[in-house]
Design a protein around this ligand. Structure first.
Ligand SMILES: C[S@@+](CC[C@H](N)C(=O)[O-])C[C@H]1O[C@@H](n2cnc3c(N)ncnc32)[C@H](O)[C@@H]1O
Length: 237
């Protein structure tokens, strides 16, 4: 099995990637970021109310904090969909210990992280299906580089898309036109996309693909974040 991706833990508890010289989440905390930028940007949990299923596609699984926050929001929502399916792409999986360490500061997430850690092994390149809550929460982990993994993923409709690479300057592969095209292939009319960066190239790229991007108030220290609705001017097959 390939060695786990090494992290550095800063004195303030924020995990840092030596490979990309960037942090895994904002200093304000992963839980606040996941709720405000990703779930909030996609109108969740309200948008999934009373739906039979909800499918989220994410680029960059990292420490699994967006997944754990989505699972926790699902768990405590009386109007939750019967099935939550979270599909996430990750080229450099971290260790089980780092998954546990990252979530330990969030009381709501720690018990779920332990369940994730129990299944966090044997993550060779390829697709892995993890099941929780008696199969009502599914996690498909696509281990490999984002472009080929998106291409190889069987088609499904993503109701929400979380773009969570490191910063576009340090991690351009996660924001390339090909990746934007790759995720758009899974969008249905009305799908929502959310991310923490409002980089011009990203907004323009999304717009060309049929997304209507809008800046929203960000979470400190960031001024803005981005949400987009898939509303192409052309008919989608
Ligand atoms: C900001 S972190 C994601 C944080 C994560 N969403 C969470 O909730 O903990 C970005 C992630 O993108 C992954 N990544 C970077 N380049 C990649 C690539 N080319 N293909 C797939 N994953 C990549 C990194 O390894 C890292 O885990």
């Amino acid at each position: 099995m390939p060695p786990a991706e090494p992290l550095q833990w800063r004195a303030d508890g924020v995990p840092h990637s030596p490979r990309f010289s960037d942090i895994y989440h904002t200093e304000t905390g992963a839980l606040a970021q996941a709720r405000h930028v990703f779930l909030g940007g996609c109108g969740l949990p309200g948008a999934w109310a009373n739906r039979p299923q909800w499918r989220i596609l994410e680029t960059g699984f990292g420490l699994g904090l967006n997944f754990l926050t989505s699972w926790q929001a699902w768990k405590q929502d009386p109007s939750r969909p019967s099935l939550l399916h979270f599909v996430s792409v990750e080229a450099y999986p971290v260790s089980r210990e780092d998954i546990l360490r990252a979530s330990a500061r969030y009381e709501e997430l720690a018990p779920l992280a332990r369940q994730l850690a129990d299944q966090w092994h044997g993550l060779l390149p390829g697709f892995h299906r993890l099941a929780f809550e008696g199969g009502r929460v599914l996690l498909t982990l696509c281990i490999g580089d984002v472009r080929p993994m998106l291409r190889a993923q069987r088609h499904f409709e993503a109701d929400s898309i979380f773009l969570d690479g490191f910063s576009p300057e340090r991690n351009p592969d996660m924001w390339s036109p090909d990746v934007l095209k790759g995720v758009t292939r899974f969008a249905r009319v009305g799908s929502r996309l959310a991310t923490w960066t409002v980089a011009r190239a990203l907004r323009d790229g999304l717009q060309q693909l049929g997304w209507q991007p809008r800046k929203l108030q960000g979470l400190a220290p960031k001024r803005d974040c981005l949400r987009a609705a898939f509303e192409p001017a052309w008919a989608v097959r």
